[in-house]
Write a protein that binds this ligand. Structure first.
Ligand SMILES: Nc1nc2c(ncn2[C@@H]2O[C@H](COP(=O)(O)OP(=O)(O)OP(=O)(O)O)[C@@H](O)[C@H]2O)c(=O)[nH]1
Length: 443
């Protein structure tokens, strides 16, 4: 049901000279357990075209050969184009890991024809100019599933939005209105700089449009907020690398494992083969929690009791490469940015993952709890400075009065927000859209 995929055309099949990874120096730990999925393979998922909303769907880069008559055909094919009777790939003999047993037949939807990714630095969060293909316009205006999500988003943001919305219940556009609005934005944890910017932008728009009543000003605020938030709106790219290695970080309890579980489900539903790495080797409950998501989604998981999280990550990426997985999701232990030794550990995981795949990690995501407001912004800064973030997942926006923090992030550190969460259920994680968010906040 997700519409976040953004497939890049695969690079020409030029085999890059990626040297076999050198032996991993650090960990001398026992081989991680590699659990094959326990359930029967799920039938191939089909996408409901009604769930994609043209105006909200990301712009796709669509390989010409996949742009068939169905707007979704290319997406389904993207993970389904492998010859069906291909033998299970053997583990990469050159990889300096414990031999990975040949996987049991798993519901691995096929990957695109094996084209090797171009070597190079991990992509940065700064949006690269990309040729876009407009989504065909013959879709319903607002699909029911997205409508349901919008209602949920509105309900979730009510606490943040209600104090802002009450500013516009009067009849006058005067200094008192702007002062009240300033207070409301600051209370919503929008931060001083973003608040100042929004107010200046709003006053300019009011003048320009000769707005005469507060209701019109509210509409113009939604426009100003949309503009401010737009740099955060970006699609997660899956398919440019095989596997796409995604490292997930954050403070304790931010919602990392839950978000990984939801994401796994959505990826699996879209036909991507996923491998999970339980790189939180300290907390047994964290491994178990991830294991439950792996079982539920019939995907493989690599985990290890105790030992080195970097070793687990290395093994997972090596296995992901050997098995032709589409995505490897690395779940790391929660940590505070002030715990310097744990931040060093994250850097090490990153380095070691790069040894397994010179182009990885392709995404380094920070999960932040929207309830923590300005503290979330501090986390973004600290994790970005330490490990270089490429994207964010903002959870728990349901019931928070601090949803304005996204504006603060857009102002101070505009790292793409790939997903936002407004609840604990599977369907409560969705792609971020600037206009939707601004409208939900001010509805
Ligand atoms: N209300 C709400 N709860 C959420 C959301 N996302 C996650 N949670 C809940 O937050 C709690 C913590 O989630 P986890 O996924 O365990 O967090 P974590 O970051 O992996 O935690 P550690 O492994 O301890 O660092 C769980 O009870 C989740 O159900 C959300 O969007 N809204």
């Amino acid at each position: 049901m997700f519409s976040f995929f953004k497939k890049k055309p695969l690079p020409p099949a030029v085999q890059p000279e990626v040297a076999a990874p050198p032996p991993l120096p650090e960990p001398a730990t026992p081989a991680p357990e590699i659990a094959a999925p326990s359930a029967e393979p799920a039938p191939e998922a089909t996408l409901d075209p009604a769930l994609l909303v043209p105006e909200l769907a990301p712009r796709f880069e669509m390989p010409a050969e996949k742009s068939g008559s169905s707007p979704l055909g290319w997406l389904r094919n993207a993970f389904g184009g492998k010859p069906p009777a291909e033998p299970a790939p053997q583990p990469d003999a050159a990889a300096p890991v414990q031999p990975v047993p040949a996987p049991a037949p798993i519901p691995t939807p096929a990957t695109p024809p094996a084209a090797a990714p171009a070597p190079g630095p991990a992509p940065s969060w700064k949006p690269a100019p990309e040729p876009a293909v407009d989504f065909p316009a013959a879709e319903p205006a607002v699909a029911p599933a997205r409508k349901g999500w919008l209602d949920k988003l509105k309900a979730g943001l009510r606490k943040t939005g209600s104090s802002i919305a009450t500013v516009f219940t009067g009849t006058q556009i005067d200094d008192a209105l702007y002062e009240e609005l300033e207070d409301a934005l600051l209370m919503a944890d929008t931060g001083v700089k973003a608040t100042e910017r929004l107010l200046a932008d709003l006053k300019r728009r009011v003048k320009e449009h000769k707005a005469a009543d507060p209701a019109a000003v509210k509409g113009l605020l939604a426009d100003a907020l949309t503009d401010l938030l737009t740099p955060l709106q970006k699609s997660l790219v899956i398919g440019q690398y095989t596997p796409t290695v995604i490292m997930v970080t954050g403070v304790n309890g931010a919602g990392k494992t839950t978000s990984i579980g939801k994401l796994t489900k959505h990826l699996a539903t879209e036909g991507a083969s996923v491998l999970l790495a339980a790189a939180d080797t300290f907390r047994a409950a964290a491994r178990e929690q991830l294991g439950v998501w792996a079982d539920r989604n019939t995907v493989e998981i690599i985990s290890q009791e105790g030992g080195d999280p970097a070793a687990v990550s290395f093994d997972a990426v090596s296995a992901g490469k050997a098995r032709g997985k589409d995505v490897v999701l690395v779940d790391t232990a929660g940590r505070l940015p002030t715990q310097l030794h744990l931040m060093e550990e994250l850097k090490k995981i990153r380095r070691v993952v790069q040894k397994a795949d010179a182009t990885a990690p392709h995404e380094v995501l920070l999960v932040i709890d929207g309830n923590t407001g300005q503290n979330a912004l501090a986390q973004v800064r600290a994790f970005d400075d330490a490990i270089g973030l490429t994207g964010l997942i903002v959870t728990k926006l349901d019931g928070t009065a601090k949803g304005g923090v996204l504006a603060a992030i857009a102002q101070e550190r505009p790292i793409p927000v790939y997903f936002i969460g407004v609840g604990e259920k599977l369907e409560d994680l969705e792609t971020f859209n600037a206009r939707e968010f601004a409208q939900a906040l001010l509805s």
